[in-house]
Write a new protein. Structure first.
Lengths: 387, 387
């Protein structure tokens, strides 16, 4: 199995949302297609991916460094013993001639291409990616359906509390049961009113999480932690800057319910630092690395293994990014839950149109690869790469 | 003082060098020009910079995000009380709509543009940048001349030891006294032979440093530390992966002479982590952040202040990058020494042609701004941006 071309393009995400740290008005993402020489059903197998949400498109680095390295490589050096493409070897090839450190500059383009290679591998096997991952990473899940929760509760410029109420009712009506809302973007009292409104609707405090998006200075985060502890929420996400390990540890020392972090950790060393210095409590805290932004699925599986080696449980891993890539990883590795962002990230949010949300769970899609082909709006963008 | 345009282009560095971690055969850098509305000597003041060495060109991110944000901003929002451009405000403007964390992806483009703004500010004042920095950051140095050391001792494919000998003799003949050579790229015994050969030439172990470029796994780094300790070198640089703070701490616990790190730290949080968790010994270890790669000179000055708040001494700060930008910062802030890479990075290494190396020191250039105008080969590349 050989890669014969890798194509990419930048697409605007077109989201009007705002969290405590920033807005998405200029956000873009890179869509990639990895074209292989394998033919299934009379067509070349093409693997697709995009760089999840929240990080800008990174096509220049792909074009200038990562794609040429793969296309120049000896094809056999990228294959496993069965002659299939080995996504980890493709990622290692892309990392040639890269200076150590500064991972975030390359972990997104490399991780996105690596994820597309997985899509191609699973399609060449004519199996869903979650199934291939379950086999490879020993996570074969016993779940009947796959848990999903809504990432939402964004701040709205007008009638925020009423809008929050409407939004959450909509999610509950759509079959979701667990919800995460933004926090830290307004005054603490107002955030508490939002939390109380949300709790009234979702019913159980263990069904509600809050997310400060890394925006709070330590003194403000501490005030939030003290006030929020009483709500005993599912988790309090990114209270402080993502790499401020000392601040996370200080909050873990005073906030008894679970904390969560990880969508802004980009490599194995970041996760090791979190475990070693961040006060991350493996018995309760939640890890949320986003695979296509952090060198890809093989690297992500390594981080899960590191967490387990420290006594953690993969059911407390909740990969960032509400999309079919994070579904495949959640389902295939047997993680806690995937996210959903209904109606927020345009073509880049959501799941295959074959999948239904029932009582906070998704069904297992029987689609080859990641399954983007059953997301018509997104797949139309992807297909422009294979024209 | 207003910015009326910012231009950039990618230029290949054309270096054949290799260290323990990677080679430079594909390396590029971004050259930027910040065009202002200030006129001096009948010409618009233009600030220049490039993104130092070791990180690839980042023009796409500049064009797509950082430059448009500056050009769209209210010009007064980028000025200090005197109406001059405030480089820190320009950097903050560029960081709008950026997600927390993942700094390395933006600290290089933002830092490079910020450095060019400093060049323009100093030129508008018709003073050298080192002089402006000394005034602003209280580092007014008492040095008669500015210490400089050679970063070299790269591995050569043929007759490496003889080549090293020739290289060091050349540096000594050219007036340098302090030298750094690569380590960790061959077997430990061979690296020791290189160190011994170098020591024989430079004479004093406190004039020789070694640099492993972050390439050594902890077990190998530990073997190196045990063996190298006996040489009592000036410093042992980047023994392990740059963000592996636990590994740096483990080595600091067993290696008595100075360690050095920082050229792969990109933001204030990274430096805080190094001080808090990396076992960094403020009484001896060396910090080497590269200003244009780490959000620019104002952010760098903040890191120096953080080090001092932890009891460190700015004379143990040695900014990475042997160029006029690191000269201005070293001289202006009164740091330990700048680097030089004679003959290695083509147009992107070295100092103004007015400057001489005498007994391991450089003279103070009386050139407006950073002084790129007196680096003919480099300035020719920069001038293509103002055509």
């Amino acid at each position: 199995m050989r890669i014969i071309d890798i194509r990419e393009r930048a697409v605007p995400v077109r989201s009007a949302m705002r969290n405590a740290a920033f807005d998405f008005s200029e956000m873009t993402t890179s869509v990639v297609a990895v074209v292989t020489d394998v033919v299934r059903a009379g067509q070349k197998v093409i693997g697709y991916a995009f760089n999840s949400t929240g990080r800008y498109a990174c096509g220049a680095a792909m074009r200038e460094r990562f794609i040429p390295r793969v296309l120049r490589a000896n094809p056999e050096s990228l294959q496993d013993a069965q002659g299939l493409l080995d996504p980890a070897l493709v990622a290692a090839c892309m990392a040639t001639r890269e200076k150590p450190g500064g991972d975030a500059e390359r972990s997104v383009p490399i991780g996105t291409i690596e994820t597309a290679v997985w899509d191609a591998v699973a399609k060449s096997l004519e199996r869903p990616l979650w199934h291939v991952l379950a086999e490879r990473y020993g996570g074969a899940p016993g779940m009947e359906r796959v848990p999903v929760y809504v990432g939402g509760g964004w701040y709205q410029p007008h009638d925020d509390l009423a809008a929050l109420d409407r939004e959450i009712r909509g999610h509950l009506d759509a079959g979701y049961t667990h919800i995460k809302i933004k926090t830290g973007g307004v005054a603490l009292d107002e955030d508490c009113r939002r939390i109380e409104r949300a709790l009234k609707l979702v019913g159980d405090s263990k069904r509600l999480a809050v997310d400060a998006n890394g925006a709070l200075p330590l003194d403000r985060a501490t005030r939030y932690a003290k006030r929020l502890a009483g709500y005993d929420l599912r988790w309090f996400e990114e209270p402080c800057a993502p790499q401020a390990f000392g601040e996370f540890a200080a909050l873990a020392a005073i906030y008894a319910p679970p904390l969560a972090t990880g969508e802004n950790l980009f490599c194995a060393a970041d996760v090791t630092n979190l475990l070693q210095f961040g006060g991350f409590r493996v018995d309760r805290d939640v890890l949320q690395v986003d695979p296509p932004q952090a060198y890809g699925i093989a690297a992500f599986a390594g981080m899960v293994a590191t967490l387990e080696a420290h006594g953690g449980d993969r059911r407390r891993v909740f990969p960032h990014g509400g999309n079919m890539m994070s579904f495949a990883v959640t389902a295939g590795l047997g993680l806690g839950s995937c996210e959903a962002y209904p109606g927020v990230f345009g073509a880049f949010g959501g799941y295959a149109d074959t999948m239904t949300v029932i009582d906070g769970t998704l069904d297992w899609p029987d689609l080859p690869g990641i399954g983007f082909e059953r997301q018509p709006q997104l797949f139309a963008l992807m297909q422009e790469l294979s024209a």
